[in-house]
Write a protein of this length. Sequence first.
Length: 91
Amino acid sequence: MKFICSNCGKELCLEPQIYEQSYKGYEVCMDCRPKHGGKREGAGRPSLGTTKKVSITLPDQVWEEIYQRKGKKPLSAFFRELVLEIRDEKS
Ligand SMILES: [Zn+2]
């Protein structure tokens, strides 16, 4: 199979199997496609927002309840979800 990259003009001779797997439906060669898994800005977990540290004072009984309710969730995730829930209710 002949494949000509519409970006760099490179001409490739490909096994039909490889063409089917990696080139069918594409206009450009591997080198001209956006790379996946490479190091790039903003790669990895998408940001949830800005992190701010807070100290919260609560009776031990309340803390106990919180720890029971949150289960295996990190405390930060528990509070984030709580806040977002309240926010959604208001709107
Ligand atoms: Zn190319």
